[in-house]
Design a protein around this ligand. Sequence first.
Ligand SMILES: [Zn+2]
Length: 292
Amino acid sequence: MAFTVNLKTSMVKNSLYIQVLNMKRHYTIFLLFALLTLLIVACATSPTGRRQLMLVSEDSAIAASKQAYVEMLKPYAQKGKIDNNPGLRDRIYRITGRLIAQAIKMRPETKGWDWSIKIIDDPETVNAWAMAGGKMAVYSGLVDKLKPTDDELAQVLGHEIAHALAKHSAEKMSVAMASSIGVVAVGVAADRKGLALTGAALAAALAVQKPNSRAAESEADRIGIELAAKAGYDPRAAVTLWQKMAKVGGKGPPEFLSTHPAPENREKKLAALVPTMMPYYEQKGERPSYKL
Ligand SMILES: [Zn+2]
């Protein structure tokens, strides 16, 4: 009798177990299917015709970046380390203002963006980044260590603006979310680096700390040199900028090179673009500027 009961119990347990297994399998298949659909639906095309993964719409990337931007600048702002050198601030604002005016001509809907650039007083860090919606930062170390001319600085800033124009931030956020789906989404990522952010805003903050793909780098180089030339900055400086970047000393390569890995033949490709860009650079007349 006891045996029969046990058998029955174990049969019940077994069938329950099989049901759970089936449910798990169905759930997994469902998840895979949902992810696949998402990936297919979520493809977009970049300005140079490259396919991009877009799980995050540009609008939500912009909203998330707005929040992430404030949070990332906060520790520096609390120590008075934002825009605290008037000479450097005026120089960066002047160059960036001219570049943004050209960016708006290239993608008119970005006129509505709340464009912003902040200079972080950190003489050891050679870096600059841009988030969706034109939220940018440049570290004073980039200027201290590279000693760039205005033309070279315009290439760095043009390159950053190009990342935002070409939706690379939304693309990187999408990759971050797809590779840790459910983790970043619920905001329990171990990788949050002390940031009081969750979900998409956390993905936006992490995205600027992750390397771009080499394809995205080529695009940003191509768009950046054009923005700079149209804003009146010498396209030949794109080549010398990257030469300076490769030579900069210190412990290991500059931060900028790890988040902006060199596409194959970067300098050669940029040099090949110079003749096409020269007519923009040599155009007569005043260059418009966006008020920052
Ligand atoms: Zn880049």
